[in-house]
Ligand binder design. Structure first.
Ligand code: PGA
Length: 251
């Protein structure tokens, strides 16, 4: 059975007080479930708090970004080794907000993916098309290009220590989730494409869906055979919503 995961992406939200309440509630509310992992991806300054609160718990944590460099004169950047020091397991790479708002192109995303792994982190690699691209029928081409940019430099074997997240840009923060079938179609496409190089690896690859996952739509999304959990933005900030979404990922 391949690993399932529900990861919260807090984005630029939170405060010491709000995080403490949320983390306490998650620790109390998330039950051990066979084959299912949990994680929260917090803003950098909160990683010491998160690591202290969650160490020894069943919840892993990660960052939302990582530098492609290991160290050096890169003002404002944070390296994978630094994240490792705070116990991060994951780093989100290539989120559409990073691609769209901060100019991260495919080659930079690939460099970040490699840097994360070099530091011993598991990248959560995000791919997904914009609405206009979907409407033009380009979804598979866009996702393939984003995927290949990483595979070309990292090699397919690198995916054994990574998680993929399909996040259609039009579904992020809009309240308009992909239908379960739309998600399934793209997940199956991704798995097939990777499977062409390494069938066993593709079969074991955890592919998350992200984009307006809520407690009420999670069960049908997570019921799809190639959807292995979710990357959750807004709903990850509300303990009872995130807990309900995690419960929906149990098999
Ligand atoms: P959302 O965000 O759940 O708020 O749509 C998902 C994401 O951006 O990872």
């Amino acid at each position: 059975m391949r690993a399932r995961l529900v990861a919260g992406n807090w984005k630029m939200h939170g405060s010491l007080a709000a995080n403490a309440r949320l983390l306490d509630a998650l620790k109390a509310g998330l039950e051990r479930a066979e084959g299912l992992g949990y994680a929260v991806c917090a803003p950098f300054p909160f990683l010491p708090q998160v690591s202290e609160a969650l160490s020894g718990s069943r919840i892993a944590w990660g960052a939302q970004n990582v530098s492609e460099h290991d160290s050096g004169p890169y003002t404002g950047e944070v390296s994978g080794a630094m994240l490792k020091e705070f116990g991060c397991r994951f780093a989100i790479v290539g989120h559409s907000e990073r691609r769209g708002l901060y100019g991260e192109d495919d080659s930079r995303v690939a460099a970040k993916f490699i840097a994360a792994q070099r530091a011993g982190l598991e990248p959560i690699l995000c791919v997904g098309e914009a609405l206009a691209q979907r409407e033009r029928g380009e979804t598979e081409n866009v996702v393939a290009r984003q995927l290949d940019a990483v595979l070309d430099v990292a090699g397919v074997a690198a995916l054994a220590n990574a998680v993929l997240a399909y996040e259609p840009v039009w579904a992020i923060g809009t309240g308009r989730n992909a239908t379960p079938q739309q998600a399934q179609d793209v997940h199956a496409f991704i798995r097939k494409r990777i499977g062409a190089s390494d069938r066993a690896l593709a079969g074991n690859l955890t592919i998350l869906y992200g984009g307006s996952v809520k407690a009420n739509n999670a069960p049908e999304l997570f019921a799809m055979p190639d959807v292995d959990g979710g990357l959750i933005g807004g709903a990850s900030l509300v303990a009872e919503d995130f807990i309900a979404i995690c419960a929906a990922a149990q098999r």
